[in-house]
Write a protein that binds this ligand. Structure first.
Ligand SMILES: *Cc1c(COP(=O)(O)O)cnc(C)c1O
Length: 367
């Protein structure tokens, strides 16, 4: 039911919801194209060169989406039965249908954290856990994965020095590093750190064009020439090669030119939402100062279930989602400041409605 009405709701469920703008559609319509599978699509080639330069890597490779970048990168970095270290709530573990187990046959050793960012000491402990038994038969650690920004921890940013510490510790252990940089550019806009400075600390990194950047299709993975040559082979194994993909890559180039700096607006809107929600009794804001474009909050004290809360919210014209036992709202280029104010109003109305009071011991009379 909500899905049928989705087009009319303020779209805060994810930054994947943004639609290509009219100007992006013009860029897409005018794209020069060729056969991507043969390496002959000029727009894809331009995008790859552009992302390699942005990330300070030798080479880059176009993909239909980010999940495939993770699968291919992990496949290139590992052999079956290697161990991969990743944060416990990372997208690789929680949201890819155990795809790395299927596609790379690796063991993933999780590191539990509060905010998605682990320390060099925690990474070394994970390596030590893998080597607990003092025989050659422990799972051999090979790769460390980091997520920038960390989605299910609240859009949190890996600080450059924290990442440098993990990178140094991993390299000292002979491990390679991969960054799931789905929202790396959100981190760059939030901190002012250049993408290449984060990327220099990892061996492979990709960015997603379908999140805050607002393109309809595409992600680009970057690394050394040798890494990208192998990645091209596995992209084909995973059936990710495309034909006139410049149609989609043109939207990504447009996004690099026009949609990066404006991520700051999304971050400001997330802060505005968090501040507004903090004034509503019964709403516990988990990300009280959002670092990027996500707000997590818990309306349990209103005495209604999360599902009922979302249903009331949809009835009042706003769409959010449930993640990690909380409500998540994600800002993006199809959410205006006026939309944020309308969302705050809608939630205030739900909190003040009679149905919300029953669970609070009848402290207010119904009306
Ligand atoms: C969205 C996302 C992905 C997957 O990207 P798709 O383009 O949707 O396949 C991977 N990691 C993180 C952190 C994400 O948010």
């Amino acid at each position: 039911m909500i899905a049928e009405r989705a087009d009319k709701l303020i779209p805060l469920i994810s930054d994947t919801e943004s639609k290509p703008t009219p100007a992006m559609r013009v860029a897409i319509a005018n794209a020069e194209v060729g056969d991507e599978q043969r390496g002959e699509d000029p727009t894809v080639n331009r995008l790859q060169a552009r992302v390699a330069e942005l990330l300070g890597k030798e080479a880059a490779l176009w993909f239909p989406g980010g999940t495939m970048c993770n699968f291919v990168a992990i496949k290139v970095h590992t052999q079956p039965a290697d161990a991969v270290i990743a944060e416990a709530m990372s997208h690789i573990i929680r949201a890819e249908s155990a795809g790395v187990a299927f596609s790379s046959r690796v063991l993933v050793e999780p590191i539990a954290t509060d905010h998605g960012i682990f320390t060099a000491a925690q990474m070394r402990e994970a390596v030590a856990r893998l080597k607990t038994v003092g025989t050659p038969y422990g799972p051999p650690p090979k790769l460390v994965c980091v997520e920038q920004t960390h989605n299910f921890a609240g859009g949190t940013v890996w600080p450059l020095d924290a990442l440098a510490a993990v990178s140094n510790a991993a390299r000292a252990e002979g491990l390679t590093l991969h960054m799931d940089g789905a929202r790396l550019l959100n981190a760059c806009v939030a901190t002012g750190v250049a993408a290449a400075d984060y990327a220099a600390l990892v061996d492979s990194v990709w960015i997603d064009f379908t999140k805050g950047l607002g393109a309809p299709i595409g992600a680009v993975l970057a690394g050394s020439k040798a890494f990208i040559a192998e990645a091209r082979r596995y992209k084909h194994v995973f059936a990710g090669a495309m034909r006139q993909a410049g149609i989609a890559a043109a939207g990504c180039l447009y996004a690099l030119d026009h949609h990066v700096d404006r991520l700051a607006d999304d971050h400001a809107n997330a802060r505005r939402l968090a501040e507004g929600l903090a004034t509503i009794p019964g709403i516990e804001v988990i990300t009280s100062v959002p670092e990027t474009n996500m707000v997590y909050f818990d309306p349990s004290a209103l005495g209604i279930s999360h599902a009922a809360f979302l249903d009331h919210l949809a009835n009042r014209g706003v769409r959010m989602g449930q993640v990690r036992g909380a409500i998540r709202a994600v800002t993006h280029l199809d959410v205006s400041t006026a939309d944020i104010d309308a969302a705050i109003q809608a939630i205030r109305a739900i909190a003040e409605a009679p149905h919300a009071q029953s669970g609070r011991g009848g402290t207010r009379s119904g009306y």
